[in-house]
Structure formats: structure tokens, C-alpha cells
Ligand binder design. Structure first.
Ligand SMILES: Cc1cc2nc3c(=O)[nH]c(=O)nc-3n(C[C@H](O)[C@H](O)[C@H](O)COP(=O)(O)OP(=O)(O)OC[C@H]3O[C@@H](n4cnc5c(N)ncnc54)[C@H](O)[C@@H]3O)c2cc1C
Length: 589
């Protein structure tokens, strides 16, 4: 399968224009992708959703048998080379699967613990012998995988783990420590465990439950995801054979971080799928629930919610498909471990954006879904309350959203300092340009659909340069200490990537004469218009946090000059989206 996307460096979209035809979008899914999506959808509808209540009683035998069913359907083989029993498919195939699994959030967590957190690090960092020993059984669902990085004292600060590994005469290892909150902890057979060799060298190990000294603690009582297992993993003089070091000794951070890089992208994509599914619930409920003699869907306040849910979902969906296309183009079909790790690192910024934007849009959508359901949204007869609880952890795991917000501008700044992307030169050019107000603005072809929105996105990019550039100039090497500023800049970067992804997709739809092209245009216009307001507020706060007096006045004047966005009638446009969704009975784009 190919996704026909041009190869681009991670972050380069910020400084280079992208042609609409170049972005990967749902319209570019191949028949094979569609088939994979349909397989996953039927699995969710026919087998996972009916099993929800039983899974929530912590019936792990059922979880195991559903994992075997997922394996029979080929869902664990997507990212695995054929020689190890896999299907050797692209990331777009993984994306369409996780999107569908989103509705069965507990199982999706069990699935992710295996596919993203155990199979993937093995594919990336395993030796041929390790891959041959474990991958075929993981792909077949015969064994269940897990990933044990966190400890009670080290979650975000994962490299501060206390679990120790000591080499024994003969070369084997003795591991001691306790891992916390491990997904699939109650029944996983193979666990990627991170420990420090002699308390210093952070290293990954492949630990079988059957090894002496390995056990699970009690199931956690959680806010949500009651149908997924979360336990401590206890290592008491656990004996691990010499050949079960994963990757290099002292290079465990590479295993941990590259696994998370991909996991973040995947979580963002899953959130997009969750949004789409829930919009269908909201729309159907709003159409049948009557108050004051009419369906609540006829009220402007409800249409506003539905329209906004759709516009935001369109943005995260466009962003995650675009990112999948970038990753697939860079991988060019390779499943070589070193290539995978390099490419995931290359798109780490986009993956963190997908994680933060996706999890927050999903929480917004799920919150409004509860609200649209009124009292019924708060009781267990309807799934709205479970969706709401299940999703909350998304902002906590795979790196909290605070940590990811630090990473987004932090990684860009590091690449800029290294001279990559030409970011510093672009920021300097912008500074000069802003001191010469007569400089004409770039032309984007006024007659093209969404030309105004594309101009707005170009302005967003200038705001990124202005805020990140000012922050780098002001704080230099101490930039990492300025978390509030970094948080604002992260939001500005994220809004920019999301807005551009939505506009490019809508332009592609218009050029291709897609049936939903005009609705896609509406969604992109609503998103960009409101993003401009959020982005302006973030930029003003960031600049005011970094400067004062005349400098601040000059910067704010420059911001006003760059970001001239005339408000459009988003009330009417949201109604268009809401009415179309009500008529269709679900997500429209
Ligand atoms: C259901 C569930 C499943 C999980 N599955 C797994 C799993 O399979 N494997 C695994 O290894 N772990 C897993 N985890 C653990 C999860 O990854 C951690 O909970 C997460 O990384 C946060 O760590 P913490 O809980 O220690 O919070 P902390 O790191 O203590 O963070 C608390 C708060 O402080 C903020 N904070 C921390 N450091 C900073 C900083 N430097 N700057 C700004 N803010 C900061 C955080 O953003 C957060 O808001 C799971 C957790 C849950 C709840």
C-alpha cells in the first residue's frame, strides 16, 4: 500500500508551503485500507461492544480470547514484517484500526499494550533471535504483551526509575523493583521492563511472566477503563536471561521514547475515531429527544455544540491522517527497526501535537455528548458517562499533556539551534519584515477555495516564529524553565498544524470534487476562525509574559499587523454542519 505523500522533514510544514494534493487524507484510503477498517468495525460492533459489561467484571479469560480474535483478524500483524508472521502494512492501516477500536476504549487499551507498547519496541530494537522467538506468538495472540516504564515515584520523570538490574555470573540478570499502573499487568505474558543496570544505565529487558520472581500486584480501582487490567508489576530477584536485553545497555531511553513517539500519534488517531463515533450518538439523541414540543436538535444552543464537535473532529482527523501520510512516506515501506525509530523521532513533534490536540478535542466532544444527553448523560443506562470516564486518562498516559506541551516547542527550538529547518533565519527575516510595514503580503491565489483561511494559516506560522523566536532570544538556554510560555507556544504551534491540515484537506476535497467538499470547507472555515481567536489570546499572553514596556508594545503591534482575521458568521456555519449531521444521523465528513 502506498499513500502517495511527498517525503518531508518533521516540522518543515512550518516554513514551507504544502500543496493540498500532497497531504494524506481519508479520501486517499485504498481498498485495502477500507477493508481493514471494515474488519475492525465489524469486530467492534459484533464482538467488542457486546462484551463490554463482562470485560468490566475483569474477566481476563474473555480479554485473552478477544485478543486471539483480534489476532485472527490480522490486527496485530499490521506493523510486523511477514517473516515474523505479520502483514507488513503501512501506518495508515494501523490508523484506520485504532480509529474503530476507540469506541471499545478498555479493549483498545489492552490492544495498545500489545500492538504499540510490546510488538513495536520489539520490531524496532529486537535482535533477530528475539523477534523470531516472540513476534510470531504476539502476532497470533498466543501471548499478551505489556510495557512497564512507570513507577510510583517516577511517572513523567521516567528515567529516574529505581528498578535495578544486576548482572550475574554467567551473564543473566537479576531485576528488583516495582512498576506501577501497567496496562495488561494482570495477565501479560511478556513485559518490556525498564531497569537501571547497577542503578545507573537505563536499559530495557524482555521479561516473561514465567521467569522466577515476576508477579502482578492488585488491580487498580480506576475512574474508567474498568475493562482493562492495570496493576503493579513486582520484580523480586527476577531472573532474566542474558539474551533478553532489548536494545543496548544504557540505551533504554531510546526504546522508551521511540515507543512513546509512535504511541502518541496512534492515541491522537484513536481520539479522532472516538470523536466521530460519539458525534453519531449525540446527533441521534438530539434528534429524538423532545423538550418544549420539539426535538432538542432544533435549538441553536444544541446546534452550536454539534457544529463545534464536527469542526474540531474534522481538524484532528485531518491532522492525524496528514501525519500518518508523512510517516508512511518517510518509511517508504521499510520495517527495518533502525529506520522506524529514526522516522518516529523525525515526526515526534507532529506526534505530540496529535496526542495533545486529539485527547483534548475528544474530551471536549465527550463532555458535550454528556451535556446533550442531559440527565441521561449522567447515568449508566447510556454509554455517554462511560465514554467520558474512559477517556480521561488519555491526557495522563503516553506522556501527560503538560509534558507533551513542553516537548513540542522544545524539540522545535532544539532543531532550530542545530541549524535544521532554517527556523532562526526565518524568524530573523520576519523580524525585519515587521519593521517595514509596507512589505506586501504573500499571494495565495485569491480565487482558490479557502484562500482567506490559507492566508490566516500563513499568519499563524508567523505568530509561531514571532513567539518561539522571542522566547528563544529572551531565555536562551534557560528556555526550558519557562513552562507557561512554552505551553502557550505549544498551543500556537498545534493550532497552526491543525488549521493547516484542515484547510489543505478541504482544498483537496474541493479540487477532487468530493461529495462532502462544501461541508469540509465549512468545517475548515469554522475551525480556522476560532483557532485565530485562541491563537491570538495565547500569543498575547506569551508575549506579555516575556516582555514589557516599549518592547511589549512593539511586539503586540506586530502581532496585530500579522494576525488580521475578520470574524465570519460561525453561528450560521455551525448550523450548516449540525443540520447536515442531523439529517445523516452521524458524522458527515
Ligand atoms: C490507566 C493507566 C494505564 C497506564 N498504563 C501504563 C503502562 O502500560 N505502562 C507504563 O509504564 N505506565 C502506564 N501508566 C502510567 C502513566 O504513564 C503515568 O501515570 C504518567 O506518565 C504520569 O505519571 P505520574 O502518574 O507519576 O504523574 P506525575 O509525573 O507525578 O505528574 C503529576 C502532574 O504533574 C505534572 N508534571 C510532572 N512533571 C512535570 C514537569 N516536568 N513539568 C510540568 N508538569 C509536570 C504532570 O503533567 C501531571 O499533571 C498508566 C497509567 C494509567 C492511569
Amino acid at each position: 500500500m502506498t499513500t502517495s505523500t511527498q517525503i518531508r522533514k518533521g516540522g518543515s510544514w512550518l516554513l514551507e508551503d504544502t500543496a493540498p494534493a500532497d497531504v494524506f487524507t481519508p479520501a486517499k484510503l485504498t481498498n485495502e485500507h477500507q477493508l481493514m477498517a471494515q474488519t475492525a468495525q465489524e469486530f467492534v460492533d459484533n464482538e467488542l461492544l457486546p462484551a463490554t459489561d463482562r470485560l468490566e467484571t475483569k474477566d481476563w479469560d474473555l480479554a485473552r480470547s478477544l485478543m486471539r480474535r483480534a489476532a485472527d483478524l490480522g490486527l496485530f500483524g499490521i506493523a510486523v514484517p511477514e517473516q515474523y508472521g505479520g502483514l507488513d502494512l503501512d501506518k495508515a492501516s494501523s490508523l484506520v484500526v485504532v480509529e474503530r477500536l476507540a469506541r471499545a476504549a478498555s479493549f483498545a487499551t489492552t490492544f495498545g499494550g500489545q500492538a504499540n507498547l510490546c510488538i513495536l519496541p520489539l520490531v524496532m530494537f529486537g535482535t533477530d533471535a528475539q523477534k523470531a522467538k516472540y513476534l510470531p506468538r504476539l502476532v497470533a495472540g498466543e501471548i499478551i504483551g505489556a510495557y512497564a516504564l512507570s513507577e510510583s515515584g517516577s511517572g513523567s520523570d521516567a528515567l529516574a526509575a529505581k528498578t535495578r538490574a544486576v548482572k550475574q555470573p554467567g551473564g543473566s540478570w537479576l531485576l528488583n523493583g516495582e512498576k506501577m499502573w501497567i496496562s495488561n499487568g494482570g495477565f501479560a505474558d511478556l513485559i518490556v521492563v525498564f531497569a537501571k543496570v547497577d542503578g545507573e544505565q537505563f536499559t530495557a529487558f524482555l521479561v516473561e511472566r514465567a521467569f522466577p520472581g515476576v508477579s502482578s500486584g492488585k488491580e487498580e480501582h480506576k475512574l474508567g477503563l474498568h475493562g482493562s487490567s492495570t496493576t503493579p508489576i513486582i520484580l523480586q530477584d527476577a531472573r532474566v536471561p542474558a539474551e533478553n536485553v532489548l536494545g543496548e545497555i544504557g540505551k533504554g531511553h531510546k526504546v522508551a521514547l521511540n515507543t512513546l513517539n509512535y504511541g502518541r500519534f496512534s492515541l491522537g488517531a484513536m481520539c479522532a475515531g472516538g470523536c466521530r463515533a460519539v458525534i453519531a450518538d449525540s446527533v441521534k439523541y438530539a434528534a429524538q429527544r423532545r423538550q418544549f414540543g420539539q426535538p432538542i436538535a432544533s435549538f441553536g444552543a444544541i446546534k452550536h455544540k454539534l457544529g463545534e464537535m464536527i469542526a474540531r473532529t474534522y481538524a484532528i482527523e485531518s491532522l492525524s491522517y496528514r501525519t500518518a501520510g508523512l510517516i508512511d512516506a518517510a518509511l517508504a515501506g521499510s520495517h527495518d527497526g533502525a529506520t522506524l525509530a529514526r522516522v518516529f523521532e523525525q515526526y515526534a513533534i507532529e506526534s505530540s501535537i496529535a496526542k495533545v490536540v486529539g485527547t483534548e478535542i475528544l474530551d471536549y466532544v465527550l463532555d458535550e455528548n454528556v451535556q446533550i444527553h442531559g440527565g441521561n448523560g449522567f447515568v449508566k443506562d447510556y454509554p455517554a458517562e462511560r465514554y467520558y470516564r474512559d477517556a480521561r486518562v488519555n491526557r495522563i498516559f503516553e506522556g501527560t499533556n503538560e509534558i507533551n506541551r513542553m516537548l513540542i516547542p522544545g524539540m522545535l527550538a532544539r532543531r532550530a539551534v542545530k541549524g535544521e529547518l532554517g527556523l532562526i533565519a526565518a524568524a530573523k527575516k520576519l523580524q525585519d519584515e515587521l519593521l517595514t510595514p509596507s512589505t506586501p503580503s504573500a499571494s495565495f491565489g485569491d480565487s482558490a477555495p479557502l484562500a482567506e483561511e490559507l492566508r490566516t494559516v500563513a499568519a499563524f506560522k508567523k505568530v509561531v516564529l514571532m513567539t518561539l523566536g522571542t522566547a528563544m532570544q529572551t531565555y536562551g538556554e534557560k528556555l526550558a524553565d519557562q513552562q507557561e510560555v512554552l505551553g502557550y507556544v505549544a498551543d500556537i504551534i498545534s493550532e497552526t498544524y491543525a488549521s493547516e491540515s484542515a484547510v489543505l484537506r478541504a482544498q483537496q476535497a474541493a479540487a477532487g470534487g468530493e461529495q462532502s467538499a462544501s461541508l469540509q470547507e465549512v468545517a475548515a472555515r469554522v475551525y480556522v476562525n476560532d483557532a485565530a481567536q485562541r491563537l491570538e489570546a495565547a500569543a498575547r499572553s506569551a508575549l506579555a509574559g516575556m516582555s514589557e514596556g516599549d518592547t511589549l508594545r512593539t511586539l503586540l503591534a506586530a502581532l496585530r499587523r500579522v494576525l488580521k482575521v475578520a470574524p465570519i458568521n460561525t453561528i450560521a456555519l455551525r448550523r450548516v454542519l449540525a443540520d447536515a449531521a442531523i439529517q445523516k444521523g452521524g458524522y458527515i465528513l
